[in-house]
Design a protein around this ligand. Structure first.
Ligand code: PBG
Length: 307
């Protein structure tokens, strides 16, 4: 007895680039690629046949500026990708990351105030709302704000409602810690801060209480689902959120560094990749997550089928 993981509880993240025929390997991120849209469609087809029906998209733009405007301009990479995916696979649940860090020259998740590196929350909410709207207009089922800007869920919910996108759901990256586990992701999205760090807006890993406050606030602001990120070092937070908010849809992000541990350890002969990944994913579900965003999703779906 016990817990059985299912493929439809897993969400696979994709990094999308411009051009065509591209499938780029990423430094220190084995098994994960940046796909141009044509290749992305081919990959989703494979994903679909193994039982994964939810994806999360990250854009890697060709150009950046101080305000991250390429994240929401007409014809932005994610809007094009979402349209293409929805046309080909109408029943795939498409979620989009809503943030600025991959689109700003400074690599921060918000718009900066003057010359310093404090975040201008009002301008950031404005930009995030525009991004969310452009994704919703393209047909995204869910938008997932990950900038940790104050009241980002509320601002996005209001913007969506005002423009007739009442059905588009919001997944808040509610409890997102300033973590050391994001290394491979930042190589993939080219989104490292060029100066300073993210401690001003992401959570202190020594403080579990603040995380629960953030989750509570996002639920109040109208989030359809909330998230704890990373997952493995934060199982206590997942468990506590599950207990405190039993009715909430709770997602956990098994992030790039957690995935890389498993991969590199397996390569070094320390453990079996399949067994290790299944143990980790099962523990995240056991702690209380309804949905798990994970780079293991493709392999896990295959492993789960054969067992
Ligand atoms: C930021 C963002 C990050 C991840 C997803 N969105 C990390 C960061 O703060 O740099 C990390 C995900 C991962 O490591 O897999 N918008």
């Amino acid at each position: 007895m016990g817990i059985n993981l299912k493929p439809d509880e897993l969400i696979y993240p994709y990094f999308v680039i411009g051009g065509s025929g591209k499938e780029e390997a990423i430094r220190s991120f084995p098994g994960v690629f940046r796909f141009s849209i044509d290749r992305l469609i081919k990959d989703i087809e494979k994903l679909h046949t193994i039982g994964i029906d939810k994806i999360l998209l990250f854009g890697v733009p060709e150009r950046k500026d101080a305000s991250g405007s390429h994240a929401y301009k007409d014809g932005n990479i994610i809007a094009i990708a979402v349209k293409a995916i929805k046309k080909e696979f109408p029943d795939i649940v498409v979620m989009t990351d809503v943030c600025l860090c991959a689109y700003t020259t400074h690599g921060h998740c918000g718009i900066l105030r003057g010359q310093g590196w404090s975040i201008d929350n009002r301008k950031t909410l404005d930009a995030l709302s525009k991004i969310a709207l452009s994704h919703a207009e393209a047909g995204a089922d869910w938008v997932a704000p990950s900038a940790m800007a104050k009241k980002q869920v509320l601002a996005i919910r209001n913007a969506l409602d005002k423009h007739g996108h009442k059905k588009t759901k919001v997944l808040g990256y509610s409890a997102k810690f300033a973590s050391n586990f994001y290394g491979p992701f930042r190589n993939a999205a080219d989104s490292s801060p060029k100066f300073g760090d993210r401690h001003a807006y992401q959570l202190n890993f020594a403080d579990g209480k603040a995380a629960l406050e953030e989750i509570k606030a996002d639920i109040k602001e109208g989030a359809d689902a909330v998230m704890v990120k990373p997952a493995l070092s934060y199982l206590d937070v997942i468990k506590e959120a599950r207990t405190k908010f039993p009715d909430a849809t709770l997602a956990a992000y098994n992030v790039s560094g957690e995935y890389a541990f498993v991969k590199y350890g397996a390569r070094a002969g320390l453990w079996d990749e399949e067994k290790m990944a299944i143990e980790i994913l099962t523990s995240i579900k056991r702690a209380g997550a309804d949905l798990i965003i994970t780079y293991h999703a493709k392999d896990a779906a295959r492993w789960l089928r054969k067992s």
